[in-house]
Design a protein around this ligand. Structure first.
Ligand code: ATP
Ligand code: MG
Length: 391
């Protein structure tokens, strides 16, 4: 069938036609926003799960919900080598500038002055202007050099400005496992203080399954501070809806056995569901999508995953890292005890620590527990076993 109406969306952060099975997290976020609006405190959320389960999509949904209430929204993606200071400054700068107009309230002027000063701490060449005269506006201490202080003061000024307009500020941080220890400490402290002071700051972070451990190691009270939500495979009923509803909206039906086949092969995993759905749609001549279409769809779907999704990850690894991954693949998706790997490779334990660290930094593996490593993508072990070449 025509790709122009293909409702399936495999890909990083691509909003699915039907966002199902995340009602609990969406409700928690909605409650947080409403509590803050009512002058109450709200627990920041931490979403964690494997790659391709829908964390980014959920954060984007959180952003849309806050924006619909007129809130200021900043959504950033942490990555090694990109300071959070800069990511946040660059995100909020233009957003806030849009609110600048003559007659803006005193708090907004203060916030504008703060964001300009904050951005100047990492980019001295910045010549941003908000088109308003801020000469007489008092300066807040957002350029002390301490990330925790500068970011806290900036966010206080932003929340005060938005509160003046009956709204608040939402800070959404993706790939949060890649934040530095200093950044995690600052973030936890700021979120903690905001809840105590009833600032209208809603925080949600998302990351790999190592996120809860990484947060707690950075700041021990982070264990109680965040509302941890694990994002996993969809329950059978939700997976079915994720597959059927988008087609139904296009007046296309799935034969029962065709849907069963795709659902079984996808195992409730959102990324695979989108990929197989997309390929089955392409294979089908017309509604309904038949079992034969579904079989072709799953086969081309696996092929697409092998040449794209899995391969790009595999190719990020160097030769010695690939050897490490191969040694892990014998244990399947469940993960490996790090101590089991050196004997398999015939090397000393110490010689593997570099590869282990690099693979974690590249987001290919994570450490679910001390002394353990696991793949961040379901199906990666089987993919590696399928690679017969010498890579
Ligand atoms: N609730 C859902 N129902 C159906 N499909 C979904 C759902 N959530 C996400 N998807 C689909 O799953 C895929 C992966 O989503 P997303 O990029 O948000 O995952 P992620 O967890 O952020 O992955 P990564 O860790 O790689 O960043 C996308 O194709 C998206 O359309
Ligand atoms: Mg993501």
């Amino acid at each position: 069938m025509d790709d122009a109406t293909n409702p399936y969306s495999p890909g990083a952060g691509r909003l699915p036609a039907a966002l199902v099975g995340r009602d609990a997290q969406i409700a928690a976020w909605d409650v947080a926003l409403r509590r803050l609006e009512g002058g109450r405190d709200a627990q920041p959320l931490a979403l964690y799960g494997l790659r391709g389960v829908g964390k980014t999509v959920l954060l984007t949904q959180f952003g849309d919900m806050a924006r619909a209430k007129g809130w200021l929204v900043g959504q950033v993606e942490a990555r090694a080598g990109a300071p959070i200071r800069q990511l946040i400054g660059d995100e909020f700068g233009p957003e806030l500038s849009r609110l600048a107009r003559p007659g803006a309230g005193a708090r907004l002027l203060q916030a504008l002055k703060s964001i300009l000063a904050f951005r100047a701490t990492y980019d001295s060449t910045g010549t941003w202007s908000v088109g308003l005269d801020l000469k007489d506006v008092p300066a807040s201490p957002v350029a002390t050099g301490s990330l925790e202080t500068d970011l806290r003061v900036l966010l206080q000024d932003l929340t005060a400005a938005m509160a003046e307009r009956g709204a608040g500020v939402a800070l959404l941080i993706d790939e949060a496992q890649d934040l530095t220890a200093e950044e995690l400490v600052a973030l936890s402290a700021i979120a903690h203080r905001a809840t105590q002071h009833r600032d209208r700051l809603a925080v949600a972070v998302a990351g790999l399954p190592s996120l809860p451990r990484v947060l707690t190691e950075a700041k021990s009270y982070a264990e109680r501070l965040f509302n941890y939500q694990t994002i996993g495979a969809l329950a059978p009923q939700d997976a079915k809806q994720a597959l059927l509803a988008p087609a139904e909206a296009e007046d296309v039906a799935w034969a029962a056995e065709a849907a069963r086949h795709v659902l079984k092969m996808a195992g409730g995993y959102p990324y695979f569901l989108q990929q197989f759905g997309q390929e089955a749609w392409r294979a089908a001549a017309d509604s309904p999508i038949t079992l034969a279409d579904a079989r072709v769809g799953v086969a081309s779907g696996w092929h697409a995953l092998d040449t794209g999704f899995f391969r790009v990850r595999w190719e990020r690894a160097t030769r010695s890292e690939k050897a490490f991954l191969r040694a892990m693949s014998a244990d399947g998706d469940a993960g490996s005890a790090t101590a089991d790997l050196p004997p398999r490779l015939g090397v000393k334990p110490k010689s593997l620590s570099v590869a282990r660290g690099a693979l974690i930094a590249k987001g290919l593996i994570y450490s679910p527990d001390h002394g353990r490593v696991a793949f961040t993508v379901p199906g990666m072990a089987a993919f590696i076993e399928r690679q017969t070449d010498q890579e």
